[in-house]
Design a protein around this ligand. Structure first.
Ligand code: ZN
Length: 111
């Protein structure tokens, strides 16, 4: 199977694809620096999975809230699958993790 060559931008160590997460930071196994895939890549996977999950509710003829919720429920498993599969096909750009802006308001707990 094709194994893309990914390396740590800090120490140059080879990164196993199974350790690379789309949409979440991860650590280099050699130097332990926190890394992430580029924001453009993560957003592209997210938006692409939304586009992929749209045809089924549209084909069934759902409208309004039913369309919205069917799209969201279809998007979640699609995004999870896409974040696992797309990195095997399109090599993500790895960069040093940039912590969020401390003034940014978020619903998710900070680490
Ligand atoms: Zn490293």
């Amino acid at each position: 199977m094709f194994q893309p060559f990914l390396e740590c931008p800090k120490c140059g160590a080879r990164l196993g694809l199974e350790k690379v997460y789309v949409g979440a930071p991860f650590r280099c196994s050699a130097c332990q620096v926190e890394l992430q895939v580029s924001n453009l890549y993560a957003w592209s996977v997210c938006l692409g999975s939304i586009l992929v999950s749209l045809p089924i509710p549209t084909a069934v003829g759902l409208r309004g809230f039913a369309f919205f919720f069917a799209t969201v429920y279809g998007w979640i498993p699609t995004w999870l699958l896409a974040s696992l599969v797309v990195k095997m096909v399109i090599t993500p750009k790895i960069q040093l993790h940039r912590p969020e802006d401390p003034d940014l308001i978020t619903l998710f707990p900070r680490r």
